[in-house]
Design a protein around this ligand. Structure first.
Ligand SMILES: Cc1ncc(COP(=O)(O)O)c(C=O)c1O
Length: 410
């Protein structure tokens, strides 16, 4: 198990008071807090090594390049990828999913082809496919969920046809916390020669994820939800696919050579992976910060992170049952649920709940959480309030949350 009190010492923001009360940060699904190790790594980069990468022969440029490249290696090891060539640094999970849709999807999907996704997706795994559907006239099919928020696995089999080219699924729902059976869907996808894409924005920060054992073709996730800085995210892709895909963005560093004649004929060769997909000056400090965040999580052990979240989530679900006018959603089986709890209190809108909790120093999110189709499917037409936990949250914080939730009213 995690030594939560020791962990809390590493997070300066947790010493803050909000409205005179200690900050209780339960908005971890939106973004996590950052440990001092990550903050210091970014500071040290700017104080000691700052230079552009890959283009300089001077010491600082060499150091910056090495640190930035090493961060790719750390991420590769963290998710069980073969090496840095399979790890593309992007801005966030949204950009990673757009990269797949626009580089692979746009160039491989033909009119009538089908993409299967689910009704529990974040908008980031719906809108890029919608954009491709508008251009290439493909069809998007949504697998439904049960009222408890479990995927209707039986529907995949029924929906797959010989036109199914992609199955793209969220690993952990950012609303219900549902952990989907990725191994099962991966097998199905590959039995039907479909590309298998996983949105790991919520799973990679909270559970062990291994792209090899789960046989994932592409995995998208964000650094800022796993202790890293904002503005850095990851697209993992099997090397074979990445080699064959055209670049998503063009510019400096993603080419080996550019030869153009004055009459407009260009001969361009792409750089090797992963740089072919990292056009222009990247978020160097952000990438290095993400590498340190990965070190931090590795040291804790992802199995322990998961165990801690099972413990606190089970406790919070049990305590929420005490409050008669509060309802909450998502699977009751903790084996298929992460540390995310959407809830409502009678007579209050989700925004009213969030605003009132904030007056007690408690940070939760409210609204549709970028998953409006899921909310509408469950008849939650005004959205939900959402509490979500991470490595530094305690049962004592849950107790304060429950006490406050009992007494707030409009
Ligand atoms: C499941 C899921 N996918 C994708 C995203 C998008 O992440 P980002 O906003 O970092 O691109 C989020 C963000 O909350 C998410 O929870």
């Amino acid at each position: 198990m995690l030594d939560v009190n020791k962990i809390r010492e590493d997070f300066p923001i947790l010493k803050r008071k909000i409205n005179g009360k200690p900050l209780i940060y339960f908005d971890n699904t939106a973004t996590s807090q950052k440990p001092i190790q990550v903050i210091n790594a970014i500071k040290e980069f700017y104080e000691q090594h700052n230079a552009n990468i890959h283009r300089g022969l001077h010491t600082c440029s060499q150091e910056a390049s090495e640190l930035y490249e090493e961060a790719h290696d750390k991420v590769a090891k963290f998710i069980g990828a073969s090496g840095r060539e399979e790890i593309i640094f992007v801005r966030n999970a949204s950009e990673a999913l757009n990269l797949i849709a626009f580089s692979w999807g746009l160039n491989n999907l033909k009119p009538g082809d089908e993409v299967i996704t689910t009704i529990m997706e974040h908008h980031s795994n719906i809108v890029p496919w919608y954009l491709i559907a508008q251009k290439n006239k493909i069809k998007i099919k949504f697998v439904n969920i049960t009222d408890e928020g479990i995927l209707r696995y039986d529907q995949f089999e029924k929906m797959i046809t010989d036109k199914t080219k992609v199955i793209s699924v969220v690993h952990m729902s950012n609303v219900l916390g549902t952990i989907n059976d990725i191994e099962k869907i991966s097998k199905l996808a590959h039995e039907h020669d479909a590309l298998f894409i996983v949105d790991g924005a919520q799973s990679v920060p909270h559970l062990p994820v291994n792209v090899k054992s789960l046989d994932i073709d592409f995995l998208a996730f964000s650094g800022h939800k796993m202790l890293g800085p904002t503005g850095i995210g990851v697209l993992y892709g099997k090397e074979d696919f990445l080699q064959k895909m055209p670049p998503f963005l063009g510019g400096g560093d993603m080419i080996k050579s550019v030869k153009c004649s004055l009459d407009g004929i260009c001969d361009i060769t792409w750089n090797e992976l992963p740089w072919k997909f990292e056009a222009g000056t990247p978020n160097i400090a952000g990438g290095i910060g993400l590498g340190v965040a990965v070190d931090y999580l590795e040291k804790l052990g992802m199995e322990n992170v998961r165990k801690h979240e099972i413990d606190i989530t089970q406790y919070a679900l049990k305590r929420l049952e005490e409050i008669e006018d509060v309802s909450f959603f998502g699977p009751r089986d903790i084996n298929v649920r992460g540390g995310i709890i959407p809830f409502l209190k009678e007579g209050m809108s989700p925004h009213e709940i969030a605003i009132l909790l904030d007056t007690f120093g408690i940070a939760v999110r409210s609204g549709f959480h970028c998953a409006q189709p899921l909310h509408l499917r469950l008849g939650l037409n005004r959205g939900t309030a959402r509490a979500s936990f991470y490595i530094y949250n305690t049962k004592e914080e849950v107790d304060v949350f429950i006490d406050v939730l009992k007494k707030i009213k409009v």
